[in-house]
Design a protein around this ligand. Structure first.
Ligand SMILES: Nc1ncnc2c1ncn2[C@@H]1O[C@H](COP(=O)(O)OP(=O)(O)OP(=O)(O)O)[C@@H](O)[C@H]1O
Ligand SMILES: Cc1ncc(CO)c(N)n1
Length: 281
């Protein structure tokens, strides 16, 4: 009997359940992989915002990493909220120690309500320690701008920013378009180290229920990599997954509500076309 693919998320806890560790584990479950987790910080959070952040000590992170790494065969992992340089260094060290592959780095910086999920001084640590071990980095537009110091204003500056991120050592980058200004489309731009680029385009869904879209997208890529999908296809599935999750909102909470992690299965069961994503070379 073949064993279930085993994955890991290294991220913060969202008490509201829409982002962070909770979004990642729900996504892993929906996509049929086994999820383990290393908690980097506990946030007191709901759909209206973050009221407190309690970071774990570097040792608490290190011992969790050791517990997971010494027992499970992790075939893909993602990182989310890492908060400070010490946690970033422990994470990078464990990735090397356990020789973990298929590393997806979601460079989480700021929550939708404006709370800082990454200390300013941690940006350099992220660039120096984590990007070099990443198969894929998944910044949103503001995060890509912070990483490079270059504003994204058009397709050529987006390409330049992606190139700069690859120069930091990542093997590929997808700049997510949720924060883009196009009212019609949400476009995610992939650039790989071999120079190949792809644009994944979906209709933009008009909704306020977008809490945790980035976490969910990166977790879906991770799950598909663990299942053996190639990177370009894994991103395609993730784009379909998040599109479905946004299409059928749960309408819970009074602020930015969570996405519907269970929608993908229903959408796929109804029609493969329902989550139609166009891909351009
Ligand atoms: N309104 C929307 N309609 C369709 N797709 C969207 C929409 N908003 C975001 N997406 C998709 O969701 C994914 C995540 O993108 P986004 O840029 O929102 O990430 P993020 O800002 O990191 O999210 P968060 O910080 O809430 O976790 C991408 O695939 C993006 O194209
Ligand atoms: C714990 C956590 N991680 C990531 C995000 C970004 O969506 C968030 N709001 N909370």
């Amino acid at each position: 009997m073949s064993r279930i693919p085993q994955t890991l998320t290294i991220a913060g806890s969202d008490s509201g359940g829409g982002a962070g560790i909770q979004a990642d584990l729900k996504t892993f479950q929906e996509l049929g992989v086994y999820g383990t987790s290393v908690v980097t910080a506990v946030t007191a959070q709901n759909t209206t915002g973050v009221t407190a952040i309690y970071p774990m000590s570097a040792q608490a992170v290190q011992t969790q990493l050791e517990a997971v790494g010494s027992d499970f065969e992790i075939t893909a992992l993602k990182t989310g909220m890492l908060f400070n340089p010490e946690i970033i260094k422990e994470t990078a060290a464990a990735i090397q120690r356990f020789n973990w592959r298929n590393v997806v780095v979601d460079p989480v910086m700021i929550a939708k309500g404006g709370a800082n999920l990454l200390q300013q001084e941690a940006v350099e640590a992220l660039k120096h320690h984590l990007l070099p071990v990443a198969l894929l980095v998944t910044p949103n537009i503001p995060e890509a701008e912070v990483l490079t110091g270059i504003p994204i204003t058009d397709v050529s500056s987006r390409r330049l920013v992606a190139e700069k991120i690859l120069a930091m050592g990542a093997k590929s980058v997808v700049i997510k378009g949720g924060h883009g200004t196009d009212p019609q489309y949400a476009e995610d731009y992939l650039l790989q180290a071999n120079g190949e680029s792809l644009l994944y385009r979906s209709a933009r869904i008009e909704t306020g229920q977008t809490h945790g879209t980035g976490c969910t997208f990166a977790a879906a890529v991770t799950a598909q990599l663990a299942r053996g999908q190639e990177l370009q296809d894994a991103i395609h599935t993730a784009k379909q997954f998040i599109h479905a999750a946004l299409s059928e909102p749960l309408n819970i909470g009074s602020g930015h509500g969570p996405t519907n992690h269970a929608a993908y299965k229903t959408v796929l069961a109804e029609s493969k076309e329902a989550a139609n994503i166009e891909i351009f070379r």
